[in-house]
Design a protein around this ligand. Structure first.
Ligand code: GUN
Length: 292
């Protein structure tokens, strides 16, 4: 069997076009342009690249964006003051604080300072708490997990009763994606780098979401034949044959897995582009919530 390749790039382009059309429509109707503010603390090059792509995507969708950068030695009070200022700014519908922040910053305290109606990243403790509870509805769902679910549900319209294994337990991806899978009535196992018998656990998965950040950790023979594989990993590995001296691989050994799975997201071009598409969708929703 050769797996179907799940085209996250194309799916994300379609979502971005839908958001752009909805933004144009609301502006035509005399409503405000949605606005996204980003907060970037420190000089991590990866974070700078991500934030730049978010601004570019906003521009293309007709969403206003406001970039704020603070130095790596910014204080807790400075970061939180900036967030409060953005909470009060009517042009700003969504606030995204790029993670990780420098280690001296109390991340939870910053995320808690974001107005819940502007929490387009869905990381406010109240949004995450609601995500974890039955019968409660978060206002926003974190973008990468929402992107994983979008691709998954397109592939498998019902996840009910499926064995889903999430490899990785990060606040940004692993835990929220596991909570979303539970909400979709899957039977969910969360495992991580310290789990025992990983191959054995993963072999039982009808759905595998790999978000552990280890290049090609999941081998082809760990995958149940016919499983759907969502690979969230974005890992740089040295490769002298490439112009940049490296290539990007996922958490799954793709060439092996593609022979076993029924469908798989490639890296790059799978989950990656979905994060920004979901962010734009959430920002539009934040503007709509603000209209009410
Ligand atoms: N760092 C890596 N992914 C994300 C994300 O989705 N949102 C934020 N704020 N930071 C991140």
């Amino acid at each position: 069997m050769t797996a179907k390749i799940i085209d996250g790039k194309l799916t994300a382009e379609n979502i971005r076009a839908e958001v752009a059309a909805a933004v144009a429509e609301r502006v035509k109707a005399g409503k405000s342009k949605p606005g996204l503010a980003t907060v970037l603390v420190g000089d991590d090059p990866g974070s700078h690249t991500y934030v730049r792509s978010k601004h570019k995507a906003c521009l293309e969708a007709g969403i206003e964006s406001f970039g704020h950068e603070l130095p790596a030695n910014a204080t807790q009070a400075e970061v939180e003051q900036l967030v409060m200022q953005l909470n009060a700014d009517p042009r700003v519908n969504g606030i995204l604080v790029q993670l990780p922040m420098p280690s001296h910053i109390d991340e939870e305290s910053v995320l808690k300072a974001i107005s819940i109606e502007k929490d387009v990243d869905g990381f406010h403790p109240l949004n995450i708490g609601r995500l974890a509870q039955k019968g409660r509805e978060p206002l926003f769902i974190p973008c990468t997990p929402a992107g994983c679910m979008y691709l998954l549900e397109k592939e498998l319209p019902s996840l009910e009763g499926a064995n889903a294994v999430v490899l990785g337990r990060s606040n940004i991806v692993g835990m929220p994606v596991a909570l979303l899978l539970v909400r979709a009535n899957a039977t969910v196992t969360i495992c991580h780098s310290r789990s025992r018998n990983l191959p054995e656990i993963i072999r039982k998965a009808d759905i595998l979401v790999a978000a552990v950040g280890r290049p090609e950790m999941v081998k082809g023979d760990w995958i149940k034949p016919g499983a759907v594989v969502i690979d969230v990993g974005i890992n740089h590995v040295d490769d002298a044959s490439r112009p940049k001296g490296y290539r990007i691989v996922g958490d799954v050994a793709y060439d092996e897995a593609v022979q076993v799975a029924s469908a798989i997201t490639p890296v790059p071009g799978g989950v990656g582009p979905m994060t920004i598409a979901m962010l734009l969708k959430n920002t539009l929703r934040a503007a709509e919530i603000n209209d009410k």
